[in-house]
Each structure stands twice: as structure tokens, then as C-alpha cells.
Design a protein around this ligand. Sequence first.
Ligand code: C5P
Length: 424
Amino acid sequence: MSFDLSVIPNKNIIVGITGGIAAYKSAILVRRLKDAGFNVRVVMTEGAQAFITPLTFQALSGNPVHTQLLDPEAEAGMGHIELARWADLVLIAPASCDTLAKFAAGLADDLLSTLYLATSAPVWVAPAMNQQMWAAKATQRNLATLVDDGVHVIMPVSGSQACGDVGLGRMPEPEELARQVTDYFHKAQRAIAEKFGLLASKHVVITAGPTREAIDPVRYISNHSTGKMGFALAAACYAAGAKVTLIAGPVSLDTPNGVRRINVSSAVQMLDTSMQLLDEGCDVFIATAAVADYRVAEVAEHKIKKSGDELDIALIKNPDIVATIAQQDKRPFMVGFAAETRNVEEYAAGKLVAKKLDMIACNDVSRADIGFASDENAMTVFFAEGYHLPKRDLEKASKQEIAQQLVEAIHDALHHDPAQDEAF
Ligand code: C5P
């Protein structure tokens, strides 16, 4: 399971396709852009239609394909000006040398060249052509003009060409083009989040997953925690503009996009890493890890052999990570979790005080529909007394949605001024 924020909703891409054999790759490109969550509309030149049919792109993009500038029917649907305004990015792939020349000269004798002039969206071109045509002085001159005009050029790659030549002029693979487009929007999103996000300029450290306490070189004590809640929180904090470090016990989850991950195994390692990060400067510490309460007093150097009907292993208490961090002089805003099977709110409120937390999120793990391995959760959030904030019930929702609401709760507590609270 991945919490990668690679899906970008509500961004509009126009893929312009011009006449070249690389047009067959554009079918995959449109597919990949759709997979990434973009709305895609395709504009084809007459030359492009000699290589591949509009029907292919209509099926892949889920939208009618635009081919004509002066087609009254098409203009009634979405005219070229409307189309130009609709786009958040225009990507011409492949871009033939003829199209580059038209763009450079400012011609407007077909739909694509008109669109180029009419749009205020960023325009990217991925030239693809025979290596000799690429090297031609006129092509290079046109490219220089386009770069000067603010067009982003995705450079062709070298290799064997459809015409039999070997050299520079191949369009990069569609997956690579889709990755570059996705990256561009991620960076733009990140820049906004870093400035205006709920956790902008905060360093958030999150512990997640189980810990693993060795018994001997091949056995260990652990628990069923999957780490999903902590990973969802890491993604949500990053999306809210924070710098995020995730201290992960052994889990099989992909690292969320943009998040720094440090893998640990035992509770002692998790505490040591947490203390080091505190030295780096940490504003918010979120403890979602299901830390083993006990560890084996003396880990056997060699595999313990079967002998006798019983085996006694002495256990000693593990340090309480979140309580230890909360006692430090430079303590961050502390968030704990409580998973209980009964008297949920009472135990949670007790832990909030005992561990000196600022906020605690508790859930009832006796409910079969939420908790540990589930993709959904429901929680109640309590704030320490000094915040004068009422408890919050977070209704059953995906762990991503719960994570988002927890980010809002953290933000609200960080910015809450009790002095301005008339109720108190
Ligand atoms: O005491 P209990 O395990 O119920 O407390 C849960 C909270 O304390 C969680 O936030 C958990 O991550 C944290 N914790 C910890 N170190 C421990 C035990 C729990 O940080 N040794």
C-alpha cells in the first residue's frame, strides 16, 4: 500500500500531437497522465492523424479529440480560446520540426499553433525527429527562439531511430514525460504548502509501526501494528507544508512522497533516533508507534535450542519514548495515541496527563471495523487542559482523512490562544 501523493486532482493538461512516428508513444503518455489524476484533452495536427487516429486518443483521454480550427461544430463544443484557457499545461509530444518552426514564427494556421499563441499556460515541447533534422541549423535556431519565449524543451534522447539512423532525436519514453509533468505540479503544490500550509515551516517527527525486540538471532517479540496511521499522518503533514521525518519500525509500506524515513527495529533504537532528531530541532512529535512494552533482558547470542516443556525468558520494561521526549527541556508539541479495548476515553485522558502530552488521539481497537490493520479509523481527540479546547470526535473515515483532521487539530492547538477564549 502506498501513500504516495502522486495523484494530482483537477489539473488540466492539453497533449498536442504532431506528425511523427513517435506519436504512437503519445497513446501511453495520455494513459499515464490519466493514471496520475490529470484531466487530459488531446489536440492533433493533420500530420499526427496520418500516424495514429483521433479515436485512440478519445478512448484514452475520455474526451473528444480536437483537430480543427475552423470547425463550427467543434468550436461550439469547446472553442480554441476556451481550450487555451482550460489548460494548466500544454505538452506537445512529439513536437515535429514543422511545429517548432510555426511556434517560433508565430504562425496560427491550424488549431495547435493558434492554441500556442492563445494560452497563458506553460508550454512544454518534446521534439522528436530524425537526428539530421534535429541538428539542422534552422531547427536549433527555432528552438533557441522558443526557449527565449519561455517554452520548456524536453530534450530528445539518443538511440536508434525509426528511419534507421542512430543519434539524437528520439522522444523520451512516455513514463518519463508523465513523471516530469507530475513532478512539476508536485513542486508547485509543495511551494504553496511550504508558504501557506497548516504546518508550514514546522519539522514534524513521527514514530510508526511496531517495534521488534530480539529474543535470539532468529526470533523476536513484536505486535500486529501495520504503521498505516503513522504513514498517512506523515503524508498529511508533508502536504500541509511540514518537513517530515518518519521513524519507522519494521513495516511493508512505501515511504510517502517527500518524507525522510529512518528505519529502526527495537524500542531502544526508536528512542535513540527520536532523541537525535530532537537535537536537530523538532516542532511537533507524533507517537503512533506501537512500542513493545517489554524487551528481553538478555538477548541470547546463539539460537535457543528446544529443551524441556517450558522456556522462561526474563523481560524488562522498555523506555516510554513519547513520555521521555515530553520531559526534555526543548520539548516539541507532543501528540500521543491510545488504542484501548474498554474505557477508551478515560484511559486516554489519563495518558494525556501521565505522559505530559499536548494532545492525544484515541480509538477503540475492540471495534472490528477500525484500528490496527484496517484502512479506516475513528478517533476522539483530547487536548491538554491548558489549551481550553473541547474534545473532538473524528467520525469513521479513511486513515488519510483522519490524518488530515489530526493535522487540523494540531494546527488549531498550535495557534489557539486561550486568552481570547471567552468561554474560559
Ligand atoms: O502506554 P501506551 O502504549 O498505551 O501509550 C500509547 C502512546 O504512547 C502512543 O502514542 C505510543 O506511541 C506511545 N508509547 C511510546 N513508548 C512506549 C509506549 C508507548 O512512545 N514505550
